[in-house]
Design a protein around this ligand. Structure first.
Ligand SMILES: [Zn+2]
Length: 150
């Protein structure tokens, strides 16, 4: 099937180094829709939803902000640190959403797992079900994320 000009432009945005250091696709050979479908299926298997995951990420970031760059204890097994970076980054879906470049690092001390996400990651998951391509520095595996947020 021939791609529409809009689709071409959108895919360029996803790969664009202009907006994200290494793009959103990493070295994933799948299309953005295939990635979203696969991750949605995984979320279903895990018995959760993108909205639930994003809501928990939001809560953790909001708690982490109180640490002003230092680690904050979110729960008995969860630590979070939020690094404020200046500036905003646009959503590649190009619908006038810009997110702060703020990064949240989260560590589950009992299972020794760590993830990090940006404000844009939360938006991409909540609004688009997009966890980014494999090999992207901000790719979040739904399975790992669900295990950490549980
Ligand atoms: Zn968006």
């Amino acid at each position: 099937m021939k791609k529409s000009p809009q689709q071409e432009k959108f895919e360029k945005m996803l790969d664009a180094s202009k907006f994200s250091a290494c793009g959103f696709m990493g070295n994933d050979k799948r299309t953005v829709w295939e990635i979203i479908d696969a991750d949605t299926a995984m979320l279903e298997k895990l018995g959760t939803t993108r909205e639930k995951i994003a809501r928990r990420m939001r809560e953790i970031t909001d708690q982490g902000i109180r640490g002003l760059g230092d680690w904050v204890k979110v729960s008995d097994t969860l630590m979070a640190m939020v690094n404020d970076a200046r500036g905003t980054i646009p959503c590649p879906w190009a619908h006038n959403v810009r997110c702060l470049k703020r990064i949240t690092i989260v560590e589950r001390t009992d299972i020794d797992k760590r993830v990090r996400w940006s404000e844009l990651s939360i938006h991409l998951i909540n609004d688009h079900g997009f966890f980014q391509g494999k090999g992207s520095p901000y790719r979040l595996e739904p399975e790992t994320l669900a295990a950490i947020l549980r």
